[in-house]
Design a protein around this ligand. Sequence first.
Ligand SMILES: *Cc1c(COP(=O)(O)O)cnc(C)c1O
Length: 368
Amino acid sequence: MIPVTRVDLAGNEARYLQECIDTGWISSEGPFVRRFEADMATLTGQKEGIAVANGSVALDLALSILDLRPGDEVIMPDFTIISCASAVVRAGCVPVFVDAESITWNMDTTRIEAAITARTRAIMVVHIYGLPTDMESIRAIADKHGLLVIEDAAEAHGQSFAGTACGGFGDVATFSFYANKHVSCGEGGMVLTSSAVLAERAKRMRNLGFDPARRFFHETLGWNYRMTNLQAAVGCAQLERLPATVERKREIGLLYREQLADLPLQFAPDQWHGSNNHYWVVGAVIDESVDMDAVTLGSMLRERGVDTRPFFWPMSQQPVLASYTSGRNYDHPVAARLARRGLYFPAGTAISDDDVLASCAAIRDCLT
Ligand SMILES: *Cc1c(COP(=O)(O)O)cnc(C)c1O
């Protein structure tokens, strides 16, 4: 079976891990954590990074530091991962979903203003699958209506829009370093901000709400969301190789596109508003002209030894969010089409060109 993801760990990962063991620094107190935070702050242009255990708790932490009140509304993409919506819900807020845009698959920024109400406090942006969201439009809308911007850049390490790094736009931004991300710690995440106040809160909430001046005396309840030095060691090594990772991911994405160009599959554009697609995943949407959905194609490919994953299922269609969605009109044709007809193919950084070609041959076999 050709796996959807296999990570290339051939840089300094082993050396840095050995350094953790040799020095005994394995907890969150170790020096790689601070280095990783500083390096991510440099990458994004934010002032501070707060490393955490994974990308989902990074979102929980980000929402917890923003002074949001119960019932406040947060506008966010319908086409995204549950972590985004669960963070909003756990902060006591109401997620309000906006349909995807059919070419880039990112949130359709032209539909945001219609979703704004007197209760709206923030826009959560998620850069989807390798292309950035139009952050000029987001910033203009946020400024006009006095809204906070939360930026989930978990799929956009090293990506940029109009010259600004993804993760650098949000009042608070988050990353994941899960095994399939462009920078990986196995599991890991980070919150980034340029606000000293928000950074201070995030550090405190990450660490059980400890007061830096008076440990074991609590005015806030936090969590243990800390990242270990072992995770950060791998993250530092991965970050050193981010440009090479992006280059390899683009090669893989372009090879798929070239091989599959004549098939009834839609890819997101390779270039958009001056940004190159970074192919966090190499995904495609089966044309409406073909009588086959993503689940069927996925199981046909599995029989041929090729692993795939379906696209996100829209948040507005999640049973667990029914109390937030009932009574609202969530007729979102783009997100619905992406969910039914979209899937992504093997494209980890460690994949060989031969395996990409074998995957392409299997896809061709299924679709012709
Ligand atoms: C991967 C991902 C997350 C979750 O990160 P974990 O580290 O797996 O918890 C959140 N948001 C987006 C957009 C992601 O792609």
